[in-house]
Design a protein around this ligand. Sequence first.
Ligand code: HEM
Length: 462
Amino acid sequence: MSTPIPAPPGIPLLGNVLDIDPSNANQSLSHLADKYGPIFKLNLFGGDRYIVSSVELLNEICDEKRFAKMVSGPLEQVRNGVGSGLFTAYHGEHDWEVAHRTLVPAFGPLGIHDMYDEMYDVATQLVAKWARAGPEQKIAVTDDFTRLTLDSIALCVMDKRFNSFYSEKMHPFVDAMVGFLIESGRRAARTRIGALFNRSVERQYHEDIALMRNVAQEMVDYRRANPTDKKDLLNAMLFGKDPKTGEKMSDESIINNIITFLIAGHETTSGLLSFVFYHLCKNPEALRTAQEEVDSVVGKGPVTVQQVTKLPYIEAVMREALRLYPTAPGFSVTALPTVPGPVVLAGKYTIPHGAPIAVILSKAGRDPVVFGADADEFKPDRMYGENFTKLPPNAWKPFGNGARGCIGRPFAWQEAILAIALILQNFNVRMDDPSYQLQVRQTLTVKPDNFFIRATLREGIN
Ligand code: HEM
C-alpha cells in the first residue's frame, strides 16, 4: 500500500508558485516541511517536484545506483550563463565527463597543498585590513569573507589578482554574479508571461552574463598570451587532456567552467565562514575552545600547511555550522533511466519516474531522529571525532553526493580552516550588536544578512 504524499493545496494554473518566496526559496521550503513533514509534493508550472527533508529519505536518494543529479528549477536557469559547466551539466552530458576527468587531479591533495601559499597571501590581506580597522569599526563580515574567497579562488586556480581588499567596492564580477544568481532564482519562480513584463530586468540579466563571460575570456586570453608552467586549474583546462579519451576541453566549456569555479568556489565558502563567526560570537565557550586550540597548535608564528590539518575542534565547528546552515541549501536528483517503474521511497511513498526529488539540507541536518531533540542548537562536540564519523550514512551532506558532489571540497576546507586559524590567532572577536538576531539571505547560496562584528588585535601578536 502506497502512503499518500502530502501536498499544499495551491491555486489553479499557478499551482504552488505562491507558496515559494522567490527571494528566499529555502526558507519557504523549510516552513512547508514543518507543516507537511519529511516528504511533500509541490506543483510548479505544471510539473510536480518532491521535497524530502529527513536523513532516512536523504540517505535513500544518495544511492547512485538508483538516482542521479537533476538540473532543474533555478539551477537550470543558471545554465543561461554557464551552460554545461560542471555544476550545471545534465547527468551524462559529454562536456561534464571530459571536464570532470580532466580537472579532478588538480583538486587532489597535492594540488591543494600547492595552493597554500597563495591562500595564505590573500588571508593575510584580510587580517591586515581588520587590524587597520581597529576595534571601534564594525566589520561587514560577509563582505570581507566574499573578498577573501573570491580573491583566493581567482589567484589559486587562475593566477588572477582581483585585489578586492584594496577597494571599497567589490570587483564588478561580484555584482554581475550576484545579480545573475538572484535573477536566475527569480526566473525559475516566475511565469513566462511575467518575464515579458520585465524587459529591463531581462536586459540586465544578459548584461551580467556578458560581463562574467568577458572576465573569463580575458583570463584565457591573458594566459594564452603569457604562458606559465604553473600547475593551476587554468593550465589544466587549457592544456590538459581527458585521461580516458585524450580529448581537450572546448573553448566554450573552458569559459563555462571558469565562471563556474569563480561562482561555486567562493559564495559557499564565504557563507560558511560567516556562519562560523556568527556561531562563535554567539557561543563564547566554543569561541574560547577554538582559540585555545589555535594557541596550542599554532602559537604565535605563521600557520603552516601541516598545522591546518591538526585543528579538529575548528573542523567540528565548521561541520556544525554547515549542518545548521548548509550554504548550498539543497540538491536535486531523479531516478536513473535504467531503473524501471515508479520510485518507491521508504517502502511506501510512490513517485513517478523522472520527477525531480529535492532535499532541503538544513532540515535533514536538523533531523531529530539522528541529531536529537536539541538538533537546532549549535553544539560542535557532536561533529567532533567519533561523534562525527559514527553518524549514520549520508546524514551530513553539505557538499552534495557521489560523482556530482563538490569537486572543490578540499580547497574550501583548507581555505576556511586557514582563515579561521589566522583570525583567532590575531584577534578577539565579538558581535557588533549583541542582540543581533540571525537573518539569512539567499541568492542561490545562503549567508547571514546584516551581520557585523568587531575585532580587537590580541596582545603580543605580530
Ligand atoms: C558541487 C557545496 C565549495 C566547486 C557542489 C555541490 C554542493 C557543493 C552541495 C553539489 C551540488 C548539486 O548536487 O547540485 C559546496 C560548499 C562549499 C563548496 C558547501 C564550501 C563550503 C566549493 C569550492 C569550489 C566548488 C571552493 C571550487 C574550487 C564545485 C563544483 C561543483 C560543486 C565545480 C560541481 C561538481 C560536479 O557536478 O561535477 N558543491 N561547495 N565548491 N562544487 Fe562546491
